[in-house]
Design a protein around this ligand. Structure first.
Ligand SMILES: NC(=O)C1=CN([C@@H]2O[C@H](COP(=O)(O)OP(=O)(O)OC[C@H]3O[C@@H](n4cnc5c(N)ncnc54)[C@H](O)[C@@H]3O)[C@@H](O)[C@H]2O)[C@@H](O)CC1
Ligand SMILES: Nc1ncnc2c1ncn2[C@@H]1O[C@H](COP(=O)(O)OP(=O)(O)O)[C@@H](O)[C@H]1O
Ligand SMILES: [K+]
Length: 504
């Protein structure tokens, strides 16, 4: 699914109007009837409704919703904010329709002074002040109105977007000037800012309503952001040749673990085997020998000559992929061979966890990374690597610039893990759940992506399939076990079911 910017939403609007063809006022009516139907399905006509409409098309939608609810017997009071004496053409038409509607008993057009209505518990506020046309954060009277609504005990339904929230960049926004909705009814497609954790407080429960914008327009407009869906992943999966032998299924090298962190090596290695690699060799400190042999008997051990940390760079000619970093620590005696290893590797690489922390404390090394490298930081690791960010948008921007600079892939892990591609595209994962917020989940992802690279997946496909499968395994595990008790090992245990589901 594509995520469009506000400029692209306007373009898609225009495309639909021109090619369906449909009058823009009728498109607004179509959106409004979908909105009104959804509201009526949740709140019956005993609820008192207060509609706040702005001067643009978001306000136009809200006015049309007010009229439609009025016609269905809801008691609706409408406040239209027309401070500059300028309404969008469709907002103006809907203002007249509301004025003519005998079911709307209270209609106030605010041009200067505003005497706010009493908002009580049990009332429903419809927020139609601003949507995707907001061009700067709210201030002044609108900011005061937002604060007033937020302070009230009434429930708030936002049309398209909570007013005050920008579609993409909220870096310089003021959170107290943004509507906190309990439900957001967004039109056609979620907006980029909805994917960020800090914005969930504004959005509440999100519902995406299909208002039948042109499918042809949607496919023609090239989006920089997309959400990965199952239908994107299925065609990427490789078959296993019935005559396959393990030598053809990819030999992966995992460099992981230090004494006390053998678990990271175990999780990455097990996940790598479960994700289909033909053979997995683990390079790990000597002291991990016994535990590795017991925990993952399928893996081949390559022991470092040091007891407790990794201190060697090794030949990768016999391997088709290298996964490096989980639990390796940040000792300088590990850091030096680590960068040597990256320079020396002849196969695709996934670098995670301490690998990223080492790079963060040796900034100059970032220029020496091989092209096509896959980095898998969580938000904090990315902050260490690229400097602190004030919000997710800024962090995503930095990740995407890093991917372009490195000609590599930067996977920022989280609820909607973002894969930043070297060509500037960003693909968001849709699978996964809060049960996966548990130590070791990231090590499992490293193992999975390493296996896919070893199997011969193109790096971009290994990233897409890897994050999707990882989240899907987590979702299938959570369905059976619940989120609370989920462990990283459960994600590995459910990988077979995730593959099976995608291959069915
Ligand atoms: N393709 C779609 O998704 C459709 C969108 N529609 C609606 O149209 C909306 C977008 O309409 P518009 O482009 O008219 O934009 P909005 O209605 O979101 O806002 C634009 C108006 O707000 C003013 N404005 C912007 N920022 C401001 C600020 N910081 N302070 C004060 N005033 C500010 C602008 O000058 C303009 O008058 C969507 O959010 C949606 O509700 C629907 O009508 C139907 C189709
Ligand atoms: N709330 C969540 N929703 C979806 N996925 C999540 C959530 N929390 C964590 N995950 C996933 O779990 C993994 C956690 O990785 P990471 O933070 O590196 O953990 P660790 O360092 O403990 O292994 C990531 O792939 C992330 O996307
Ligand atoms: K709104």
């Amino acid at each position: 699914m594509k995520i469009f910017t506000s400029a692209q939403i306007r373009e898609l609007d225009r495309y639909t109007i021109e090619h369906e063809p449909i009058q823009s006022i009728d498109l607004m009516e179509r959106a409004a009837s979908t909105l009104a139907r959804t509201i009526a399905n949740t709140w019956d006509s005993s609820v008192k409704v207060v509609v706040f409409a702005g001067p643009g098309n978001n306000g136009g939608d809200a006015l049309a919703v007010a009229r439609l609810l009025g016609e269905q017997g809801y008691q609706v009071a409408v406040f239209l904010f027309n401070i500059r004496g300028r309404l969008s053409p469709d907002c103006l038409i809907n203002k007249r329709r509301v004025q003519e509607c005998k079911h709307i008993k209270k209609f106030v057009e605010v041009t200067q002074e505003f005497d706010p209505p009493q908002l009580e518990k049990g009332m429903l506020v419809i927020d139609g002040l601003f949507g995707s046309g907001l061009n700067k954060p709210l201030a002044g009277g609108f900011a005061s109105l937002v604060k007033y609504i937020n302070a009230s005990p009434a429930e708030v339904v936002a049309i398209d977007m909570p007013s005050g929230l920008m579609s993409e960049d909220n870096t310089y926004n003021v959170s107290s000037n943004i509507i906190r909705a309990s439900v957001t009814l967004t039109l056609q497609q979620p907006k980029l800012s909805f994917l960020f954790p800090e914005n969930q407080q504004f959005i509440g429960r999100l519902r995406t309503l299909d208002i039948r914008l042109s499918q042809e327009g949607i496919s023609k407009i090239d989006a920089n952001y997309t959400v990965i869906e199952e239908s994107d992943v299925r065609p990427l999966l490789k078959d296993r040749n019935p005559f396959a032998h393990k030598g053809q299924m990819g030999h992966a090298l995992i460099m992981a673990g230090s004494y006390g962190m053998a678990g990271a090596a175990i999780l990455a290695t097990k996940a790598c085997l479960r994700a289909g690699a033909g053979k997995v060799t683990v390079h790990t400190p000597r002291k991990n020998c016994q535990i590795m042999q017991v925990a993952v008997p399928e893996a081949v051990l390559q022991l470092d000559h040091e007891e407790t940390i990794i201190t060697e760079a090794v030949d990768t000619e016999n391997f088709q992929a290298l996964g490096i970093g989980p639990g390796i620590g940040q000792n300088e005696a590990t850091a030096i061979p680590f960068i040597a290893q990256l320079r020396r590797a002849t196969c695709p690489i996934v670098a995670d966890a301490d690998a990223i922390n080492i790079l963060a404390s040796h900034r100059a090394w970032k220029q020496q990374l091989p092209k096509g490298i896959i980095l898998t930081p969580h938000a904090k690791e990315l902050d260490r690597l690229e400097g602190a960010s004030v919000d997710s948008f800024e962090r995503l921007t930095k990740a995407h610039q890093l991917a372009e600079r490195l000609h590599g892939y930067v996977i920022v892990k989280g609820r909607y893990t973002a894969i930043c591609m070297p060509d500037g595209h960003i693909r968001f994962n849709s699978t996964g759940n809060a049960g996966m917020a548990t130590a070791g989940s990231g090590d499992v992802l490293t193992g999975i992506i390493t296996a896919l690279l070893a199997r011969g997946y193109e790096p971009q496909h290994a990233c897409i399939v890897g994050v999707y499968l990882h989240g899907l395994a987590g979702d299938l595990a959570a369905r059976d076990l619940g989120e609370e008790s989920l462990t990283a090992s459960d994600i590995i245990d459910y990988l077979p079911r995730a593959f099976k589901r995608l291959k069915e």
